[in-house]
Structures are given as C-alpha cells and as structure tokens.
Design a protein around this ligand. Structure first.
Ligand code: NA7
Length: 293
C-alpha cells in the first residue's frame, strides 16, 4: 500500500521501518529534518507526504501535534483525497479525536485511532498490540499494515474508543508501577532485599506484566527511556481530562500525577517513567538495589 508515515520518534521510526520491510511504499516526514528510514522516501511537509497516499499513519507526541500535522499549515488534510484513511497511533484525547475525525470526514477521509502498547521493543520487533477505534471496513483495509507492525489488534468500537481504552490501560500501568515502586521503597527502608521481594512477587498473585517488564531495569537502575516519563505524564493528564469531561473521579491517579509533576521538576522527564521511583527513594532516604547494582 502507499503509506505516508508522519512522526519518526522512538516508536514511529521503527514502525515505519517495519512497513518498508513488509514491502509497502512508504514516504516519511518528521518535524525535525534528518530522521530517515531506510527504503522510504522523505517528504518536506505532511501535505507532500500525504499526496497520493492511501493511508496516512501518524505517531506524534500529543493532541496539539496531531492537530498541527493534519490540520495545520501544510497539514496532511490539504492533500488527502476521498477514500483515504488516517490512522493515528499517537496517544491523544478521545474527544479531540472525534473532532478531527469529523473535520476530515467532510473530505471523505476516514479516521481510525490506533494507539498501541508494547513500547520501544514492541515497535522494533513488530510485536505491538494495537487498541483500535473505527469502522470495521476501514480497519479491515488497514490489516496488512497492522500485521507489519504488530501482533494483535483489539477493536474497541467506533472512532475514539481506541484512545479511550488506551487511557484506561495506561491509568493501570501508571498505578501498578507506582504500587511496585512504593513497595520497593518501603521494603528497602525496612531492610528487605529487593531481588527477594521481586522473586516473591513473581511467585504470587501480586505478579503483573508491568512488574515483570520493569523489575530487571529497576534492579539494575537502568532508567533509559523505553517509555519516557514525559509521555506517561502526558497520558495521565489526558486521562484526568477525559475523566473530568465524563464526570468521573480518579483520586488515585490524581495523586500519581503529582508524583510525575515532582519527578519532572527533579529533571527526570526524559528518563523512563520507572524513574519516578527515584523521588520516593529521595523522600525515604534509601536507594533500591538489585544483585547486579
Ligand atoms: P517521541 O520519541 O517523543 O517522538 C515524538 C514525535 O512527535 C517526534 O517525531 C516529534 O518530532 C513529533 N512531534 C512532536 N510535536 C510535534 C508537533 N507539534 N508537530 C509535529 N511533530 C511533532 O515519542 P514516541 O515515538 O515514544 O511516542 C509517540 C506517540 O506514541 C505518543 O503519543 C506516545 O504517547 C505514544 P521531532 O523529532 O521532535 O521534531
């Protein structure tokens, strides 16, 4: 398929590369020039990338970035023609998604929201899990592209439901990790070995995919970003906004948001969100150590 891929960040670059490897005709664009994908053409603007594309796939930071890339000056919208599909893998506001979808629908362009989970490693290995909202027929047309970048698609309903579900998923990731980080901090302060605690977690119902994924990094104090703190913080804020719009109270997440705020003030925003642990450690006057640390 002819695909324009917009946004070559941590996730987008690998995703676009997997599309090329699967034999698709890919044109890429990135706001900051210089990022390349082997085998893909490079366009100077989103509009130029989208010219003649059957699908425009987006993976940019946030709601404002999506608006700019689609509806802004030289945005993709201006060169899309009837029948094209915009697939958005950025994590953004569900209500803004509906607004954007309505806008491009006037030109006969469909919107599929396709945020994903699987982080940097999933993007590299083509094993992402896509959480999708949109019409069945459009998702069906995107299947070869989904297959090139991921291992599973969950259709959650019409346009916007992918983003809504993604927020509900990241809410849990942030809170499960926070529970793990608080447990590690307390246990360390009380003299319990962290590695032993992790082994116990893994053998009991306390285990979780989040802990399984994060524990090896945390025990080696490796906070290089698989999923940067600033992006998890953005998702927490989006979730709180969506909750407010829906008149839902999320008191636990509200507290976690304050921790992200303080961790950002501490200069940790470009580290992995696992680095929120360092704030708890600072307050407790301890440092969590694994065997290898
Ligand atoms: P990164 O690595 O921070 O990459 C973000 C990308 O978004 C990068 O290509 C940025 O371009 C681009 N960006 C950011 N703001 C804009 C604006 N205003 N206009 C155009 N392009 C922009 O994020 P990830 O790849 O890890 O994640 C991307 C999304 O997937 C995000 O929503 C996550 O929550 C999930 P730059 O290179 O800075 O010029």
């Amino acid at each position: 398929m002819r695909v324009a891929f917009l946004g070559l960040g941590i996730m987008g670059q690998s995703m676009a590369s997997n599309l090329v490897k699967a034999g698709h005709e890919v044109t890429v664009w990135n706001r900051t020039p210089g990022k390349l994908v082997e085998g893909a053409a490079v366009a100077p603007t989103p509009a130029a990338a989208a010219q003649g594309a059957e699908v425009v796939w987006l993976c940019v930071s946030d709601t404002d970035a999506v608006e700019e890339v689609i509806c802004g000056k030289d945005g993709a919208e201006s060169s899309l023609s009837e029948g094209a599909i915009i697939a958005d893998s950025s994590t953004i506001s569900p209500s803004a998604t509906l607004k954007f979808a309505e806008k491009v629908a006037a030109k006969g362009v469909a919107w599929v929201d396709a945020p994903m989970t699987g982080s940097k490693i999933g993007a590299r290995d083509g094993t992402l899990v896509f959480i999708v909202g949109g019409a069945e027929e459009h998702i069906e047309r995107l299947k070869p592209l989904f297959a090139a970048m991921g291992k599973k698609i969950f259709r959650m309903g019409e346009t916007g439901k992918g983003q809504a579900t993604k927020l509900a998923m990241n809410l849990q990731i942030a809170m499960i990790y926070e529970g793990f980080a608080e447990a590690l901090t307390l246990a360390t302060k009380l003299g319990v070995d962290s590695q032993q605690l992790v082994s116990l977690i893994e053998a009991t119902m306390v285990r979780s995919g989040v802990v399984e994924y994060k524990a090896p990094f945390v025990l080696q104090r490796d906070f290089t970003p698989n999923f940067p703190l600033r992006l998890m913080h953005k998702d927490i804020r989006l979730t709180l906004e969506a909750a407010k719009e829906a008149r839902v109270k999320l008191p636990g997440l509200q507290t976690v948001e304050e921790i992200y705020e303080l961790a950002t003030e501490d200069g940790n925003k470009d580290l992995d969100y696992a680095a929120t642990l360092t704030l708890l450690e600072k307050w407790a006057g301890v440092q969590v150590k694994g065997k290898a640390a």
